[in-house]
Design a protein around this ligand. Structure first.
Ligand code: HEC
Ligand code: HEC
Ligand code: HEC
Ligand code: HEC
Ligand code: HEC
Ligand code: HEC
Ligand code: HEC
Ligand code: HEC
Length: 433
C-alpha cells in the first residue's frame, strides 16, 4: 500500500541519493549526457523496478535509484530481494562468489534481478538470433538463461581473472563480472531497429577501457579482409542483423574486444573446463598462428559463399570471434554459435569433437557432400583428394585408428593455439587452426 508519508520520505532519500551520487558522478563515467543516451537511463525503456514502484510509486523510469540506494535500504527496509548492504550503494549484492559454476539463480548476480527470467524481465536473445538471423524465440530469452546453457563465460572465473589483473585496478575485488565487459552507465540498446544508428550502438566496454563504449567507431572493417557472414542465406543479407555490408563497416571490432583477455600472454583458468585456456594468437607473428586470424590461409581452400565468391579479392580473410562464438553462453560447447553464416547448425556440438564439430566448419567450408556430392559430414576430399590437400593416403594407421575406423578427432589438429605436434613424424609443417 502506498501512503503519502512513505512516499515523501522516500523522496527525501532519493534526493539525497541523487545529490551524493551526482556529485561524485561529475568526474565519473555516469555523467548525465552519456547516461541519458544509455539503455538504462532512457526515459522510456530504461531501468524501472516494479518492487520499488509498487511501494513508492514515484521513481521515474531511468532513475539511478532503480539500481543505487543510499544505505542498504530505503525507508528502513530493503526492497526485495533483500540481502544486506551491497557495494557501490547498489540495491543488491553484486555477485555471489560461492557460485563457482552454473546453474545461476537471480540471487547470484545484481544484473540478473532485471536481466533474468522472472519478475521484471528484459528480453535479451543470443547473438545467433539478434545478429545472426535465427528465429526469434528459438534460443535463450534472457541473459540469465544464456549463462545457464551447456557452455558459458563462467562468471566466477571472469570475476577472479579481472580482479587479479593489475591493469584492471578499477574493477576492485567487489566488482561484478558483467562489468568486466559492460559499463552499466553507458551501455546502449543494440538490438532495436527503431533506434537511429542501429546497429552501431554499443553495449560493450573493454575491461581496459571501462569508461568508454567499444565498437561504435572501432570496426571489423579495419581488418582489410573481413568478410561479413550471411545473416540469411535465403536472401543473401549480411550480419549484423541483415543490415551489414560485405566489409564489416557495421560490425564492432570484436577481435580487439575479446583479445583484451584472450591473447598470447594472459593466463586464464577455467573452472568449468578444469584447465588453463589455450592462448589465442590473432596477430601476425607467433609460432601458433591462427588461420582464421591474420595468418594467411593454406593451400586447400574449398569455401562456401560469401567467402567463395570474394576469395579472389581477399587474399587473407580475418574473422571476427563472434562469427563463430556467442558472448554469454551456448547450447554447444565452447560458446559456439547455434547459427553461423546464415544457417542453423545441424545439431548440438558436443564435447566428442568429431562429427558434431564439423557442423561448425561446414557452414563456411565444403564437406564431401558439398565439394563432390560425396558423403555428408565426411571430410576426406579436403584432406586427401582435393588439389592442395595435405595428406597422401598411405600408412593409414599413422593417423586413423584403423583402416576401417576412419574418423579422427578434428581437435587433434584444429583448435586455437595448436601446433601440429599430434602428427609427430608425420607433421607436414602446416599449421592448422
Ligand atoms: C543498471 C544499474 C545502474 C544504474 C541505473 C546506475 N548505476 Fe551507477 N553503478 C552501477 C554499477 C553496477 C556500479 C559499479 C561499477 C561499475 O560496474 O561500473 C555503479 C557505480 C557507480 C558509481 C561509483 C563509481 C563508478 O563508476 O564505479 C557512481 C558514482 C554511480 N554508479 C553513480 C550513478 C548515477 C549518478 C546514476 C544515475 C545517473 C547511476 N549510477 C545509475 C549500476 C547502475
Ligand atoms: C566476456 C565479456 C562479457 C561478459 C562477462 C558479459 N557480457 Fe554481455 N555482452 C558481451 C558482448 C560482446 C555483447 C554484444 C554481443 C551480443 O549481443 O551478444 C553483450 C551483450 C549484452 C547485452 C545485450 C544483448 C542483446 O539483447 O543484444 C546485455 C543485456 C548484456 N550483454 C548483459 C550482460 C550481463 C547481465 C552480464 C553478466 C551476467 C554480461 N552481459 C556479461 C560481452 C559480455
Ligand atoms: C533495475 C533493472 C536493471 C538492472 C539491475 C540492470 N539492468 Fe540492464 N537493462 C535494464 C533495462 C530496462 C534495459 C533496457 C531494455 C530496453 O531498452 O528495452 C537494460 C539494458 C541493458 C543493456 C543494453 C542492451 C539492451 O538489452 O538494451 C545492457 C548491456 C545491460 N542492460 C547490462 C546490464 C548489466 C551489466 C547490469 C548489471 C551491472 C544491468 N544491466 C542491470 C534493466 C536493468
Ligand atoms: C574480461 C575478460 C574476458 C573477455 C573480454 C572475454 N573473455 Fe572469454 N573467458 C574469460 C575467462 C576468465 C574464461 C574462463 C571461464 C570459462 O571457461 O568459462 C573465458 C572463457 C572463454 C571460452 C571457453 C568457455 C568454456 O567453454 O568454458 C570461450 C570460448 C571464450 N572465453 C570466448 C570469448 C569471446 C568470443 C570473447 C569476446 C566476445 C571473450 N571470450 C571475451 C575472460 C574473458
Ligand atoms: C572459425 C570459427 C572460430 C573463430 C573465428 C574463433 N573461434 Fe574460438 N573456437 C572455435 C572452436 C571450433 C573452438 C573449440 C575448439 C576445440 O575445442 O577443439 C574454439 C575455442 C575457443 C576457446 C577455448 C580454447 C580452449 O582452451 O580450448 C576460446 C577461449 C576461444 N575460442 C576464443 C576465441 C576468440 C577470442 C576469438 C577471436 C579472436 C575466436 N575464438 C575466434 C571457433 C572459432
Ligand atoms: C591429422 C590432422 C587433422 C585432423 C585430425 C583433421 N584435419 Fe582438417 N585439415 C588438416 C590440415 C593439415 C588441413 C590443411 C590446412 C591448410 O591448408 O592450411 C586441413 C584442412 C581442413 C579444412 C579446410 C578445408 C578447406 O578446403 O577450406 C577443414 C574445413 C577441415 N580441415 C575440417 C576438419 C574436420 C571437420 C575434421 C574432423 C572431422 C578435421 N579437419 C580433422 C589436418 C587435420
Ligand atoms: C564463419 C566461417 C568459418 C567457419 C565457421 C570455419 N571457417 Fe575455417 N576458414 C574460414 C575462412 C574465411 C578461411 C580463410 C582464412 C584466410 O584467408 O586466411 C578459413 C580457413 C581455414 C583453414 C586454413 C585452410 C584453408 O582453407 O586455406 C582451416 C584449416 C580451417 N579454416 C579449418 C576450419 C575448421 C576445422 C572449422 C570448424 C571447426 C572451420 N574452419 C570453421 C571460414 C570459416
Ligand atoms: C597423415 C594423416 C592421414 C593419413 C596417413 C591418412 N589419413 Fe585419411 N584422413 C585424415 C584426416 C585428417 C581426415 C579428416 C578427418 C576425418 O574425416 O575424420 C581423413 C579422412 C579420411 C576419410 C573420410 C572419413 C570421414 O568419414 O570423414 C577416409 C575414408 C580416409 N581418410 C581414408 C584413409 C585411408 C584409406 C588411408 C590410408 C590408405 C588414410 N586415410 C590415410 C588423415 C590421414
Amino acid at each position: 500500500m502506498v501512503t503519502r508519508s512513505w512516499s515523501s520520505r522516500s523522496n527525501r532519500y532519493l534526493f539525497l541519493l541523487i545529490g551524493i551520487l551526482l556529485s561524485i558522478a561529475f568526474s565519473s563515467p555516469a555523467n548525465s549526457g552519456t547516461y541519458l543516451a544509455s539503455a538504462h537511463g532512457d526515459p522510456i525503456n530504461g531501468v524501472n523496478s516494479t518492487t520499488l514502484d509498487l511501494k513508492y510509486g514515484d521513481y521515474a523510469i531511468g532513475n539511478c535509484g532503480h539500481c543505487h540506494q543510499m544505505h542498504a535500504s530505503i525507508d528502513g527496509a530493503q526492497p526485495e530481494p533483500a540481502n544486506g548492504p551491497a557495494p557501490h550503494a547498489l540495491f543488491f549484492n553484486f555477485f555471489n562468489p560461492l557460485r563457482t559454476q552454473n546453474l545461476y539463480f537471480e540471487t547470484d548476480n545484481f544484473c540478473f534481478y532485471c536481466h533474468g527470467d522472472t519478475g521484471q524481465q528484459v528480453l535479451n536473445q543470443d547473438y545467433s538470433t539478434t545478429f545472426g538471423g535465427a528465429v526469434s524465440g528459438s534460443g535463450p530469452q534472457s541473459i540469465l538463461s544464456a549463462f545457464n546453457l551447456q557452455s558459458y563465460h563462467n562468471l566466477y572465473d571472469v570475476w577472479n581473472f579481472v580482479s587479479n589483473t593489475p591493469a584492471y585496478a578499477w574493477f576492485g575485488s567487489a566488482g561484478n563480472p558483467c562489468s568486466a565487459c559492460h559499463n552499466p552507465h553507458l551501455a546502449k540498446r543494440t538490438w532495436s531497429s527503431i533506434q537511429p544508428g542501429f546497429p552501431l550502438l554499443s553495449a560493450i566496454s573493454k575491461p581496459d577501457g571501462h569508461n568508454a563504449l567499444w565498437g561504435e567507431n572501432e570496426l571489423m572493417q579495419s581488418y582489410l579482409s573481413y568478410e561479413a557472414p550471411y545473416f540469411k542465406t535465403s536472401d543473401l543479407t549480411r550480419e549484423p542483423a541483415g543490415v551489414g555490408d560485405a566489409n564489416g563497416s557495421n560490425t564492432p571490432d570484436y577481435v580487439s574486444f575479446c583479445s583484451s583477455c584472450h591473447n598470447t600472454t594472459n593466463v586464464i583458468w577455467s573452472t568449468t573446463l578444469n584447465r588453463e585456456l589455450k592462448k589465442i594468437d590473432w596477430g601476425v607473428v607467433g609460432l601458433e598462428q591462427d588461420k582464421h586470424g591474420p595468418s594467411p590461409r593454406g593451400s586447400v581452400s574449398h569455401f562456401r559463399d560469401p567467402y567463395l565468391s570474394s576469395e579472389a579479392g581477399k587474399s587473407n580473410f580475418v574473422l571476427s570471434c563472434l562469427d563463430c562464438h556467442e558472448s554469454h553462453g551456448s547450447e554447444n560447447i565452447m560458446l559456439l554459435r547455434r547459427r553461423i553464416n546464415g544457417e542453423n547448425l545441424e545439431g548440438v556440438v558436443d564435447a566428442l569433437n568429431t562429427v558434431t564439430k564439423g557442423y561448425v566448419c561446414k557452414r563456411c567450408h565444403q564437406d564431401d557432400f558439398a565439394a563432390i556430392g560425396g558423403t555428408a559430414d565426411s571430410w576426406e576430399y579436403v584432406h586427401h583428394n582435393a588439389p592442395g590437400a595435405p595428406y597422401a593416403q598411405t600408412q593409414c594407421t599413422d593417423c586413423h585408428v584403423s583402416e576401417l575406423d576412419t574418423h579422427i578427432d578434428c581437435g587433434n589438429c584444429h583448435a586455437h593455439g595448436l601446433d601440429d605436434s599430434w602428427l609427430g613424424a608425420n607433421a607436414t609443417g602446416l599449421k592448422t587452426f
